[in-house]
Design a protein around this ligand. Structure first.
Ligand SMILES: Nc1ncnc2c1ncn2[C@@H]1O[C@H](COP(=O)(O)OP(=O)(O)OP(=O)(O)O)[C@@H](O)[C@H]1O
Length: 248
């Protein structure tokens, strides 16, 4: 379980996050949604320790990530998997080398153990046999899968995905969403996904948090999202639908 309490962040004279609180449960794929520039990525970065909030708390199963001692922070960091926007693969490494990279950096496992674990993760994301290929030789959807395999290679308790659907066609997007959701459920991971994608909201939104100008204006799930009486959320959904219609 991840709990965030009253997170605020200001850059210069611009307040980007204004007291955000909420919780995320194991086995749930929780979504953070909202328009461009509303603070989604900054919130995610505060949660994973890439940005220090001005105030507030981030608790990982009760452990305070921001004020805990360095050893504890390191332990929590090792329990996180992150799928970055654009997959962030190393172009000069093969698919298998990309997936085993966290094992090389953070474990003392033997060569065989690392190769076997990386292969196991590639198998889990449906890329068995693609280990020797280079990132430039595979599709965008496959790259996301490699990114997911790398994010789960250390068996994370917490998984963070920043716009996992960006740049993908609708069908591939759905498959990637399903994969993230299945893995979350299977390993009882606490997963937090930032997305703009309306399909994702309807398909995998077990918990959805809507941000608007740095504030949490609404919280619910895919069943309740279309019944909200929050005007800003309704506008966001409407704009999303319109965009989707125009793309057809
Ligand atoms: N390191 C930084 N320094 C200064 N301002 C920043 C920094 N990071 C983000 N911002 C600003 O904070 C605001 C929120 O940015 P953020 O990236 O969180 O938006 P977002 O909701 O993720 O948007 P998008 O969907 O377009 O990615 C933006 O105005 C951005 O310019």
């Amino acid at each position: 379980m991840i709990e965030i309490k009253d997170i605020s962040k200001t850059f210069g004279d611009r307040q980007v996050l204004a007291g955000i609180s909420g919780s995320f449960k194991p086995g749930d794929t929780s979504l953070i949604i909202g328009g461009s520039g509303t603070g989604k990525s900054v919130l995610l970065k505060c949660m994973i320790g890439l940005i220090k909030p001005d105030s507030g708390e981030v608790l990982y199963d009760g452990r305070n990530f921001l004020t805990g001692d360095l050893e504890e922070q390191k332990t929590i960091r090792r329990e996180m998997g992150v799928l970055f926007q654009g997959s962030a693969l190393f172009d000069s490494k093969t698919v298998l080398e990309n997936v085993r990279f966290p094992l090389d950096m953070l474990t003392e496992q033997s060569e065989d153990e690392k190769i076997n674990r990386a292969k196991e993760c590639l198998r889990r994301v449906g890329l068995e046999g693609a280990g020797d290929r280079m990132p430039s030789e595979i599709s965008g959807g496959m790259k996301k899968r490699v990114g997911i395999a790398r994010a789960i290679v250390l068996n994370p308790k917490y998984l963070f995905c920043d716009e996992p659907n960006s740049g993908l066609d609708p069908l591939t997007s759905i498959k990637i969403d399903q994969l993230i959701s299945e893995i979350t459920d299977e390993y009882k991971i606490t997963t937090v996904v930032i997305t703009h994608d309306m399909n994702s909201m309807m398909e995998i939104g077990e918990k959805i948090m809507f941000l608007y100008k740095g504030k949490k204006l609404w919280e619910g799930n895919s069943n309740t999202i279309t019944q909200s009486d929050v005007a800003e959320l309704n506008e966001f959904i409407y704009a999303n639908k319109l965009l989707r219609e125009m793309e057809k």
